[in-house]
Design a protein around this ligand. Structure first.
Ligand SMILES: C[C@H](N)CC(=O)CC(=O)O
Ligand SMILES: [Zn+2]
Length: 306
Protein backbone atom coordinates (compact mmCIF):
# COMPACT_ATOMS: atom_id res chain seq x y z
CA UNK A 1 0.00 0.00 0.00
CA UNK A 2 1.47 3.33 -1.02
CA UNK A 3 1.63 5.69 1.92
CA UNK A 4 -0.56 8.26 0.17
CA UNK A 5 -3.43 5.84 0.50
CA UNK A 6 -2.95 5.31 4.24
CA UNK A 7 -6.08 6.62 5.98
CA UNK A 8 -8.26 6.58 2.86
CA UNK A 9 -11.56 4.88 3.74
CA UNK A 10 -12.93 2.15 1.47
CA UNK A 11 -16.70 2.02 1.11
CA UNK A 12 -18.12 -1.37 0.14
CA UNK A 13 -21.75 -1.49 -0.97
CA UNK A 14 -23.72 -4.74 -0.60
CA UNK A 15 -26.49 -4.14 -3.08
CA UNK A 16 -29.21 -6.75 -2.46
CA UNK A 17 -28.10 -9.84 -0.51
CA UNK A 18 -30.24 -12.94 0.06
CA UNK A 19 -31.87 -12.48 3.44
CA UNK A 20 -34.17 -9.46 3.09
CA UNK A 21 -37.35 -10.25 1.17
CA UNK A 22 -39.32 -8.10 -1.31
CA UNK A 23 -42.14 -7.44 1.18
CA UNK A 24 -39.70 -5.79 3.53
CA UNK A 25 -38.93 -2.85 1.21
CA UNK A 26 -40.11 -1.69 -2.23
CA UNK A 27 -36.56 -0.35 -2.76
CA UNK A 28 -34.83 -3.75 -2.52
CA UNK A 29 -33.35 -4.41 -6.01
CA UNK A 30 -34.54 -7.75 -7.37
CA UNK A 31 -34.28 -7.90 -11.14
CA UNK A 32 -30.92 -7.88 -13.04
CA UNK A 33 -31.79 -4.41 -14.32
CA UNK A 34 -32.50 -3.10 -10.80
CA UNK A 35 -29.33 -4.70 -9.39
CA UNK A 36 -27.17 -3.24 -12.19
CA UNK A 37 -28.68 0.24 -11.85
CA UNK A 38 -28.36 0.22 -8.04
CA UNK A 39 -24.75 -1.03 -8.18
CA UNK A 40 -23.70 1.58 -10.74
CA UNK A 41 -25.37 4.40 -8.75
CA UNK A 42 -23.70 3.17 -5.54
CA UNK A 43 -20.30 3.28 -7.28
CA UNK A 44 -20.99 6.80 -8.53
CA UNK A 45 -21.86 7.78 -4.93
CA UNK A 46 -18.46 6.54 -3.74
CA UNK A 47 -18.49 2.74 -3.30
CA UNK A 48 -15.11 1.33 -4.41
CA UNK A 49 -16.23 -2.29 -3.96
CA UNK A 50 -19.61 -3.78 -4.96
CA UNK A 51 -20.68 -6.91 -3.05
CA UNK A 52 -23.12 -8.78 -5.26
CA UNK A 53 -25.78 -11.47 -4.91
CA UNK A 54 -28.32 -12.49 -7.58
CA UNK A 55 -32.06 -13.11 -7.28
CA UNK A 56 -34.86 -14.69 -9.27
CA UNK A 57 -36.47 -11.68 -11.04
CA UNK A 58 -39.97 -13.23 -10.78
CA UNK A 59 -40.14 -13.59 -6.99
CA UNK A 60 -36.91 -12.19 -5.56
CA UNK A 61 -35.70 -15.57 -4.30
CA UNK A 62 -31.88 -15.91 -4.00
CA UNK A 63 -30.35 -17.41 -7.16
CA UNK A 64 -26.71 -18.52 -7.04
CA UNK A 65 -26.43 -19.75 -10.62
CA UNK A 66 -23.64 -18.13 -12.72
CA UNK A 67 -26.32 -17.43 -15.35
CA UNK A 68 -28.15 -15.19 -12.89
CA UNK A 69 -24.96 -13.16 -12.25
CA UNK A 70 -24.20 -13.00 -15.97
CA UNK A 71 -27.41 -10.98 -16.43
CA UNK A 72 -25.96 -7.91 -14.67
CA UNK A 73 -22.16 -8.32 -14.22
CA UNK A 74 -21.05 -7.20 -17.73
CA UNK A 75 -23.17 -4.03 -17.50
CA UNK A 76 -21.71 -3.13 -14.10
CA UNK A 77 -18.13 -3.81 -15.22
CA UNK A 78 -18.69 -1.72 -18.32
CA UNK A 79 -20.16 1.23 -16.40
CA UNK A 80 -17.91 1.45 -13.29
CA UNK A 81 -14.28 1.02 -12.17
CA UNK A 82 -15.50 -0.38 -8.85
CA UNK A 83 -14.04 -3.74 -7.80
CA UNK A 84 -16.51 -6.63 -8.09
CA UNK A 85 -17.02 -8.74 -4.97
CA UNK A 86 -19.08 -11.88 -5.61
CA UNK A 87 -20.73 -13.66 -2.69
CA UNK A 88 -19.76 -17.22 -1.79
CA UNK A 89 -22.29 -17.06 1.04
CA UNK A 90 -25.23 -17.16 -1.32
CA UNK A 91 -28.08 -17.97 1.02
CA UNK A 92 -27.69 -20.02 4.21
CA UNK A 93 -29.89 -22.75 2.69
CA UNK A 94 -27.39 -23.50 -0.08
CA UNK A 95 -24.62 -26.10 -0.14
CA UNK A 96 -21.03 -24.82 -0.45
CA UNK A 97 -20.62 -26.45 -3.88
CA UNK A 98 -23.50 -24.31 -5.19
CA UNK A 99 -22.40 -21.22 -3.26
CA UNK A 100 -18.90 -21.11 -4.82
CA UNK A 101 -19.91 -21.50 -8.47
CA UNK A 102 -20.25 -17.80 -9.55
CA UNK A 103 -16.94 -16.78 -7.94
CA UNK A 104 -15.21 -19.82 -9.47
CA UNK A 105 -16.56 -18.94 -12.94
CA UNK A 106 -16.19 -15.15 -12.97
CA UNK A 107 -12.86 -15.01 -11.06
CA UNK A 108 -13.69 -11.63 -9.47
CA UNK A 109 -11.14 -9.37 -7.76
CA UNK A 110 -12.91 -10.08 -4.45
CA UNK A 111 -15.21 -12.79 -3.11
CA UNK A 112 -16.77 -13.03 0.32
CA UNK A 113 -15.66 -15.87 2.62
CA UNK A 114 -17.60 -16.58 5.81
CA UNK A 115 -15.19 -17.53 8.57
CA UNK A 116 -17.44 -19.77 10.69
CA UNK A 117 -20.87 -21.29 11.18
CA UNK A 118 -23.60 -19.32 12.98
CA UNK A 119 -27.28 -19.53 13.88
CA UNK A 120 -28.84 -17.15 11.40
CA UNK A 121 -31.79 -15.51 13.13
CA UNK A 122 -34.43 -13.58 11.22
CA UNK A 123 -37.58 -15.29 12.52
CA UNK A 124 -38.10 -12.37 14.92
CA UNK A 125 -39.10 -10.36 11.81
CA UNK A 126 -42.02 -12.67 10.87
CA UNK A 127 -44.58 -10.87 13.04
CA UNK A 128 -43.47 -7.49 11.70
CA UNK A 129 -44.48 -8.38 8.13
CA UNK A 130 -48.15 -9.40 8.32
CA UNK A 131 -48.61 -9.69 4.56
CA UNK A 132 -46.13 -11.35 2.19
CA UNK A 133 -45.88 -10.73 -1.56
CA UNK A 134 -44.50 -14.15 -2.47
CA UNK A 135 -45.26 -17.59 -1.06
CA UNK A 136 -41.60 -18.30 -0.23
CA UNK A 137 -41.10 -15.33 2.10
CA UNK A 138 -42.88 -16.42 5.31
CA UNK A 139 -41.47 -19.98 5.43
CA UNK A 140 -38.05 -18.48 4.58
CA UNK A 141 -38.16 -16.25 7.64
CA UNK A 142 -39.75 -18.86 9.93
CA UNK A 143 -37.19 -21.47 8.91
CA UNK A 144 -34.35 -19.24 10.11
CA UNK A 145 -35.53 -20.20 13.62
CA UNK A 146 -33.72 -23.47 13.08
CA UNK A 147 -31.15 -22.32 10.55
CA UNK A 148 -27.40 -22.80 10.90
CA UNK A 149 -25.36 -20.93 8.28
CA UNK A 150 -22.79 -23.69 7.81
CA UNK A 151 -19.17 -22.73 7.19
CA UNK A 152 -17.10 -25.63 8.46
CA UNK A 153 -13.29 -25.64 8.23
CA UNK A 154 -13.70 -28.03 5.29
CA UNK A 155 -16.19 -25.67 3.59
CA UNK A 156 -13.79 -22.75 4.02
CA UNK A 157 -10.84 -24.80 2.69
CA UNK A 158 -12.99 -25.85 -0.30
CA UNK A 159 -13.76 -22.23 -1.24
CA UNK A 160 -10.12 -21.18 -0.69
CA UNK A 161 -8.85 -23.97 -2.94
CA UNK A 162 -11.52 -23.36 -5.58
CA UNK A 163 -10.82 -19.63 -5.94
CA UNK A 164 -7.15 -19.34 -5.08
CA UNK A 165 -5.57 -19.72 -8.53
CA UNK A 166 -7.97 -17.09 -9.92
CA UNK A 167 -6.13 -14.27 -8.15
CA UNK A 168 -9.35 -13.60 -6.23
CA UNK A 169 -8.83 -12.09 -2.78
CA UNK A 170 -11.33 -12.50 0.00
CA UNK A 171 -13.63 -10.34 2.12
CA UNK A 172 -13.34 -12.39 5.33
CA UNK A 173 -16.78 -12.15 7.00
CA UNK A 174 -16.29 -12.42 10.76
CA UNK A 175 -19.54 -12.53 12.70
CA UNK A 176 -17.85 -13.19 16.05
CA UNK A 177 -14.48 -13.20 17.81
CA UNK A 178 -14.03 -16.94 17.12
CA UNK A 179 -14.09 -16.18 13.40
CA UNK A 180 -11.01 -14.00 13.79
CA UNK A 181 -9.22 -16.97 15.37
CA UNK A 182 -10.40 -19.17 12.49
CA UNK A 183 -8.86 -16.68 10.08
CA UNK A 184 -5.64 -16.67 12.13
CA UNK A 185 -5.63 -20.48 11.82
CA UNK A 186 -5.76 -20.30 8.02
CA UNK A 187 -3.08 -17.59 8.03
CA UNK A 188 -0.84 -19.86 10.12
CA UNK A 189 -1.36 -22.61 7.54
CA UNK A 190 -0.45 -20.19 4.73
CA UNK A 191 -3.83 -20.72 3.04
CA UNK A 192 -4.57 -16.98 3.10
CA UNK A 193 -2.14 -14.17 2.36
CA UNK A 194 -1.97 -10.61 3.80
CA UNK A 195 -3.24 -7.99 3.50
CA UNK A 196 -6.33 -9.65 5.00
CA UNK A 197 -9.58 -7.78 4.22
CA UNK A 198 -11.45 -8.45 7.47
CA UNK A 199 -15.18 -7.60 7.32
CA UNK A 200 -16.53 -7.59 10.89
CA UNK A 201 -20.29 -8.20 11.03
CA UNK A 202 -22.13 -6.62 13.98
CA UNK A 203 -25.72 -6.94 15.24
CA UNK A 204 -26.88 -10.03 13.36
CA UNK A 205 -28.86 -12.34 15.64
CA UNK A 206 -26.59 -15.36 16.09
CA UNK A 207 -23.35 -13.31 15.93
CA UNK A 208 -21.70 -10.62 18.06
CA UNK A 209 -23.84 -7.65 19.15
CA UNK A 210 -23.54 -4.06 17.96
CA UNK A 211 -22.60 -2.36 21.23
CA UNK A 212 -19.56 -0.01 20.97
CA UNK A 213 -17.77 -2.45 23.32
CA UNK A 214 -18.32 -5.26 20.79
CA UNK A 215 -16.77 -3.12 18.05
CA UNK A 216 -13.81 -2.19 20.25
CA UNK A 217 -13.35 -5.84 21.28
CA UNK A 218 -13.35 -7.02 17.63
CA UNK A 219 -10.82 -4.34 16.64
CA UNK A 220 -8.57 -5.01 19.67
CA UNK A 221 -8.58 -8.75 18.95
CA UNK A 222 -7.87 -8.27 15.23
CA UNK A 223 -5.01 -5.88 16.05
CA UNK A 224 -3.52 -8.47 18.42
CA UNK A 225 -3.91 -11.39 15.98
CA UNK A 226 -2.97 -9.69 12.71
CA UNK A 227 -0.99 -6.53 13.54
CA UNK A 228 -0.68 -4.45 10.36
CA UNK A 229 -1.31 -7.39 8.01
CA UNK A 230 -5.08 -6.71 7.90
CA UNK A 231 -7.39 -4.05 6.56
CA UNK A 232 -10.36 -3.70 8.86
CA UNK A 233 -13.89 -3.08 7.64
CA UNK A 234 -17.25 -3.24 9.38
CA UNK A 235 -20.89 -3.75 8.62
CA UNK A 236 -23.75 -3.10 11.03
CA UNK A 237 -26.95 -5.07 10.48
CA UNK A 238 -30.25 -3.20 10.39
CA UNK A 239 -30.61 -0.07 12.50
CA UNK A 240 -26.99 -0.33 13.71
CA UNK A 241 -25.50 0.29 10.22
CA UNK A 242 -24.57 3.98 10.40
CA UNK A 243 -23.65 4.00 14.10
CA UNK A 244 -21.22 1.12 13.57
CA UNK A 245 -19.85 2.84 10.44
CA UNK A 246 -19.15 6.07 12.36
CA UNK A 247 -17.39 4.30 15.24
CA UNK A 248 -15.24 2.22 12.90
CA UNK A 249 -14.28 5.17 10.69
CA UNK A 250 -13.14 7.00 13.84
CA UNK A 251 -11.04 3.92 14.67
CA UNK A 252 -9.42 3.98 11.19
CA UNK A 253 -11.66 1.28 9.74
CA UNK A 254 -13.37 0.90 6.37
CA UNK A 255 -17.16 0.75 5.95
CA UNK A 256 -19.72 -1.55 4.32
CA UNK A 257 -23.27 -0.35 3.70
CA UNK A 258 -26.06 -1.45 1.36
CA UNK A 259 -29.60 -2.88 1.37
CA UNK A 260 -28.22 -6.39 1.92
CA UNK A 261 -27.23 -5.40 5.45
CA UNK A 262 -29.87 -2.77 6.32
CA UNK A 263 -33.03 -1.42 4.71
CA UNK A 264 -32.80 1.86 6.64
CA UNK A 265 -31.44 5.36 6.10
CA UNK A 266 -31.87 6.47 9.69
CA UNK A 267 -34.45 5.74 12.39
CA UNK A 268 -37.73 4.43 10.86
CA UNK A 269 -36.79 5.76 7.40
CA UNK A 270 -36.56 3.20 4.62
CA UNK A 271 -33.54 3.84 2.38
CA UNK A 272 -34.76 4.65 -1.12
CA UNK A 273 -31.55 3.31 -2.68
CA UNK A 274 -28.10 1.85 -1.99
CA UNK A 275 -26.61 5.15 -3.20
CA UNK A 276 -28.47 6.93 -0.38
CA UNK A 277 -26.65 4.78 2.20
CA UNK A 278 -23.29 5.26 0.42
CA UNK A 279 -23.87 9.04 0.50
CA UNK A 280 -24.55 8.84 4.26
CA UNK A 281 -21.33 6.83 4.74
CA UNK A 282 -19.40 9.41 2.68
CA UNK A 283 -20.87 12.20 4.86
CA UNK A 284 -19.61 10.43 8.00
CA UNK A 285 -16.13 9.92 6.53
CA UNK A 286 -15.75 13.46 5.20
CA UNK A 287 -17.34 14.78 8.39
CA UNK A 288 -14.43 13.18 10.24
CA UNK A 289 -12.03 14.99 7.91
CA UNK A 290 -11.12 11.78 6.08
CA UNK A 291 -11.17 10.86 2.39
CA UNK A 292 -13.16 8.19 0.55
CA UNK A 293 -10.89 5.79 -1.37
CA UNK A 294 -11.34 5.54 -5.13
CA UNK A 295 -11.55 2.04 -6.69
CA UNK A 296 -7.87 2.15 -7.67
CA UNK A 297 -6.85 3.35 -4.21
CA UNK A 298 -8.88 0.46 -2.75
CA UNK A 299 -7.04 -1.92 -5.11
CA UNK A 300 -3.73 -0.62 -3.80
CA UNK A 301 -4.80 -0.81 -0.13
CA UNK A 302 -6.14 -4.39 -0.52
CA UNK A 303 -3.57 -5.60 -3.11
CA UNK A 304 -6.32 -6.54 -5.58
CA UNK A 305 -5.41 -7.96 -9.00
CA UNK A 306 -7.14 -5.09 -10.90
C1 LIG B 1 -24.19 -10.25 6.84
C2 LIG B 1 -23.97 -10.44 5.40
N1 LIG B 1 -25.12 -10.94 4.79
C3 LIG B 1 -22.81 -11.29 5.14
C4 LIG B 1 -22.59 -11.66 3.73
O1 LIG B 1 -22.55 -10.81 2.88
C5 LIG B 1 -22.32 -13.07 3.48
C6 LIG B 1 -21.91 -13.41 2.02
O2 LIG B 1 -22.49 -12.88 1.13
O3 LIG B 1 -21.02 -14.24 1.89
ZN1 LIG C 1 -23.50 -11.11 0.99
Amino acid sequence: MTKDNKGKVIITCAVTGAIHTPTMSPYLPITPDEIAKEAIAAAEAGAAILHLHARNPENGKPDQTPEAFARFLPRIKQATKAAINITTGGSPYMKVEERVKPAAQFKPEVASLNMGSINFGLYHLVDKYKTFKFDWEKPHLEATRDLVFRNSFKDIEFILETCYDNGTRFEFECYDIAHLYNLAHFLDRGLVKPPLFVQSVFGLLGGIGSHPEDVAHMKRTADRLFGDSFRWSVLGAGAAQLRIAAQAAALGGNIRVGLEDSLWAGKGKLAKSNAEQVALARKIIEGLGMQVATPDEARDILALKG
